[in-house]
Write a protein that binds this ligand. Structure first.
Ligand code: CA
Length: 340
């Protein structure tokens, strides 16, 4: 992009009133936008560049960018220095992409790495920023926090990530509860095989609770060629389900179910869990809050429902202590899910 980093620095101060009437000092950047901190001005040209030259490539880049935030951050161990949301998956790509859990991330890394040479940002910041911007393009999503200032990675992350139990164990090392991990998995969507473009729910372009509903429908068929890549049987034509995503797991089943008809809870839990994940291995106190650079996501249209052709009899109850919420099905012929 034409913008130079230096030109994005502070031009002057503006005073604006926030909703509660308090007066807050804000900074006007060279590019005209206002933000809470001059350090955040470098992000506006990057935001425009990413929207125009990454996310114009379609929905799959949003999904992959979000997946990258997770795979960079989770590469962490309390017993090993470094790691976390440090951009190591990009900086030490050759090493980290040899781990099977990181299969298929080479394409999104290749798409994102070019922004490092044209913007003044570290790989760790770029990955989390691109993820937050991508989420902002999804109707119904929360506006994610973005903290700026992650230092450069010093080494590759330790290996080991895939089945849910391993993910929970890894997150437990950094004091995440299973409930928080469930909120994250809502959008991370496990380890999608690189060759697959089958989504995990019938509404892949929006941030809604359908994943939590459809994961509880009885599986009836494989979406493609069968049992490769840890796939499980899916309830809808064209929908992907992987074994670790089925989450028929006593530790998470009730938490999973609680999101099925609660968009507000999902947004709030996802935002909180993402905020924690985005600073794994990083001292949050050294970062600058640039959340106001992230666009406000469009509102969600529609409400929680069963896919057309399904009834409550198709729900496979997994939570032992509470019934699945009663939902009605969309009208029309049975839902099938086109590739993304
Ligand atoms: Ca990392």
């Amino acid at each position: 992009m034409a913008f130079k980093t230096l030109s994005a620095f502070l031009l002057g101060l503006a005073i604006s009133r926030v909703a509660n009437g308090a007066i807050t000092k804000r900074v006007t950047c060279a590019t005209g936008e206002t933000t809470a901190n001059a350090a955040c001005c470098v992000l506006f040209p990057l935001l425009a560049d990413i929207q125009e030259n990454l996310f114009d490539g379609g929905e799959s880049y949003v999904h992959e960018s979000l997946r990258l935030t997770f795979h960079d951050a989770i590469g962490f161990s309390a017993n090993i220095s470094g790691g976390g949301a440090d951009g190591s998956i990009m900086t030490f790509e050759d090493e980290e992409l040899q781990q099977p859990a990181n299969n298929g991330l080479d394409e999104i890394i290749e798409r994102q790495v070019g922004f490092l040479s044209t913007h003044n940002i570290t790989a760790g910041d770029l990955i989390q920023f691109a993820g937050a911007v991508g989420v902002a393009n999804c109707a119904g999503a929360p506006r994610l926090e973005f903290m700026l200032g992650r230092p450069a990675a010093t080494g590759a992350a330790p290996p080991g990530l895939t089945p849910l139990d391993k993910i929970l164990a890894r997150f437990a090392e950094v004091d995440f509860s299973p409930e928080e991990v469930v909120a994250l998995l809502a959008s991370m969507e496990g380890n999608l095989p690189a060759s697959s473009r089958s989504p995990f729910d019938s509404t892949p372009g929006v941030f809604d609770t359908q994943l939590f509903i459809e994961v509880q429908l009885k599986g009836t068929a494989f979406p493609g060629t069968g049992t490769t890549n840890g796939e499980a049987q899916s309830p809808l034509r064209g929908e992907m389900r992987i074994e670790s995503d089925a989450l028929v797991n006593p530790r998470t089943a009730c938490e999973w179910q609680s999101f099925a008809d609660n968009q507000t809870k999902l947004k709030s839990a996802f935002r909180a869990a993402m905020a924690r994940m985005a600073v794994i291995g990083v001292d949050r106190n050294t970062l600058v809050d640039c959340s106001d650079v992230i666009p406000v996501p469009p509102a969600l249209v529609g409400s929680p429902h069963l896919p057309a052709g399904k009834t409550m009899d198709d729900i496979e109850q997994a939570c032992a202590t509470a019934p699945f919420p009663t939902l009605t099905a969309d009208p029309g012929p049975e839902t099938s899910v086109p590739p993304v």
